[in-house]
Design a protein around this ligand. Structure first.
Ligand code: ADP
Ligand code: PHD
Length: 525
């Protein structure tokens, strides 16, 4: 007799699952991929099921750009619920219509289409109720906001599961919106035990799908403090990573609309080349300094579990992509898996560990936009140790985090990044500070020295595991910028042995990227 779950899925013994050829591969698809290439996703998943066990994790749908996507619409609905009137109704209706329309265009089976349309209706009705009650309470709490946002992934995954079924790939929608049992985590949120427990719980959800492909909501659970608050946008990457860890997957595949990681942003540098592989530390550095290919928390989890991450393109599934391959186990620092575990290093070129075969070259060049430099020149009364301590204390107080720092005994320059504008004006208008935290920080910092702000800047970074062995590379980096009349506001080199960064004017950013790529990458051919 066939052993089945309550939902009808065939139960496969866990031991048997592990014996299946190839093991588990976890596939993560972002919102724009679901929005624009849903049928391409079906093909990728269908092909995956032929060679091993496949689990799918999806973000909320975006028809064109993330800005106009479901998550942003849901957040706008939450803001509308904070004001009087039912202005959120039209947003809910737009979300509903959008999903139904997508299904009508792609799902052929009338039964599957009908069932999906009814599910969408129910989810949207429930969403309206959530918004209504938030309005009555005159507050959208973090918890309510998370519940509102979770609808995006639910709708998206219901759609992908329906489409897979329609194309004869047996699939099962998996809702993780209440996977986190708050009483179990004992107030300790996002520590390693929490992630370990969660990974195990996610694997159980997958096993419960039996022989069907699980289509898992990237939104996972009622984390105290809020998923959006604590993890931020891009939480689906982390969810996929935890599923991969729980399943001890053979590989985590992150499907995007770009062939993989390039030597520079291919949309800005036409001669950029696809990199077959990068190290976890390089990928982390690139993500932090503007080439956001993968959420940083994601990498930490999978690399610690020694699972390779492959970046692939939904528009070109046959392409090899880029693989982020975990380091050898002895080099993984369990507390900080993206960093070298050795305490003592040598930067000497004769160091045995630095004898890399083949030509030495930087891995990639990247730009981080929306940077502002904050300079503090100490007044003479303060001693240097106390000076730096006070500055960092005030940055903490005002929730400002520093991307890059250069300091002398009595002067400190810090590059700050913010997605939202902290300053307005410029051109013929006076600059003014729009952000409360920045205003508070400037007022407090002024007690310790003279403060000035330099807006409209960008960080340009050269990243590569071989940089530390490339004698003269820093000189070349700065002279290429100088030869092209690109003024450097601030330099930081040495803190990371795989990164050389400096701050330049935003208006020069794309030109800098191109001249650096031309001069530091192509001459090495
Ligand atoms: N070095 C790089 N390699 C690949 N993509 C890069 C790089 N630097 C920046 N990017 C940009 O990162 C984006 C990632 O791909 P995409 O799938 O479009 O993003 P998202 O997942 O945010 O929708 C692309 O828009 C690409 O232009
Ligand atoms: N839907 C969420 C979470 C997410 O991870 O999105 P994406 O995978 O498309 O970056 C967002 O837009 O932030």
């Amino acid at each position: 007799m066939v052993d089945t779950y309550a939902n009808g899925a065939v139960r496969i013994a866990h031991t048997e699952e592990k014996e299946l050829p190839g093991g588990w591969v976890v596939l993560k698809f972002g919102g724009t991929s679901v929005g624009k290439f849903a049928e391409g996703i079906v093909e990728v998943v269908g092909a995956g099921t032929k060679v091993g066990r496949t689990a799918v994790v999806c973000s909320a749908r975006s028809n064109s750009t993330k800005l106009e996507g479901t998550t942003n619409r849901l957040l706008r609905a939450a803001r509308a619920a904070e004001k009087p009137g039912r202005h959120y109704d039209e947003i809910v209706e737009a979300i509903r219509a959008d999903h139904v329309q997508a299904a009508k265009e792609t799902i052929k089976s009338p039964e599957i289409l009908l069932a999906f349309t009814e599910d969408v209706g129910e989810e949207c009705e429930n969403l309206s109720k959530l918004l209504e009650s938030a309005q009555v309470m005159e507050e959208v709490t973090t918890r309510a906001e998370d519940m509102i946002v979770s609808k995006g992934e639910k709708l998206s995954c219901r759609y992908m599961a329906a489409l897979l079924e329609d194309r004869s790939v047996p699939a099962q929608f998996v809702d993780l919106s209440s996977i986190v049992k708050t009483h179990k985590i004992n107030g300790q949120v996002l520590n390693e035990q929490f992630y370990a427990d969660l990974s195990a719980a996610l694997a159980e959800e997958v096993y419960a799908c039996g022989n069907k492909v699980p289509v898992i909501t990237g939104y996972f659970g009622a984390i105290p403090g809020g998923l959006l608050n604590l993890i931020g946008r891009g939480y689906t990457d982390l969810c996929a990573a935890l599923v991969a860890v729980g399943l001890r997957a053979r590989e985590l595949q992150v499907w995007k609309e770009v062939d993989g990681i390039f030597t520079a942003d291919p949309r800005k540098v036409p001669t950029a080349r696809l990199l077959p592989s990068v190290t976890p530390a390089e990928a982390a550095e690139l993500t932090f300094y503007g080439s956001e290919v993968i959420h940083p928390a994601t990498m930490k989890q999978v690399i610690r579990a020694r699972i390779p991450i492959r970046i692939k393109n939904v528009m070109n599934p046959r392409g090899p992509g880029t693989i982020i391959f975990p380091d050898a186990i002895e080099n993984i620092n369990p507390r900080a898996p993206l960093h070298d575990a050795r305490l003592f290093r040598t930067r000497s070129v004769s160091d045995a560990t630095s004898q890399v075969a083949g030509p030495k070259r930087p891995t990639a060049v990247t730009i981080k936009h929306k940077i502002m430099v904050l300079n503090v020149h100490s007044n003479e009364r303060t001693r240097s140790e106390g000076f730096l301590m006070n500055i960092f204390r005030l940055l903490l107080k005002w929730h400002l985090s520093v991307d890059l720092i250069a300091s002398s005994e009595v002067h400190v320059s810090m590059a700050l990044h913010s997605e939202s504008a902290m300053i307005s004006g410029g051109g013929d208008d006076e600059y003014k500070i729009d952000n409360e935290d920045l205003r508070g920080a400037v007022a407090d910092l002024s007690e310790y020295g003279v403060v000035d702000l330099v807006p409209d800047m960008a960080i340009v970074s050269l990243v590569g595991r071989q940089l530390k062995n490339m004698v003269g590379i820093a000189g070349k980096f700065f002279s290429v910028l100088g030869d092209n009349n690109i003024n450097i506001e601030m330099i930081s080199q040495g803190a990371s042995e795989i990164n050389i960064s400096c701050v330049i004017e935003e208006r020069e950013a794309d030109r800098a990227l191109n001249v650096l790529h031309t001069n530091l990458f192509t001459f090495l051919e």
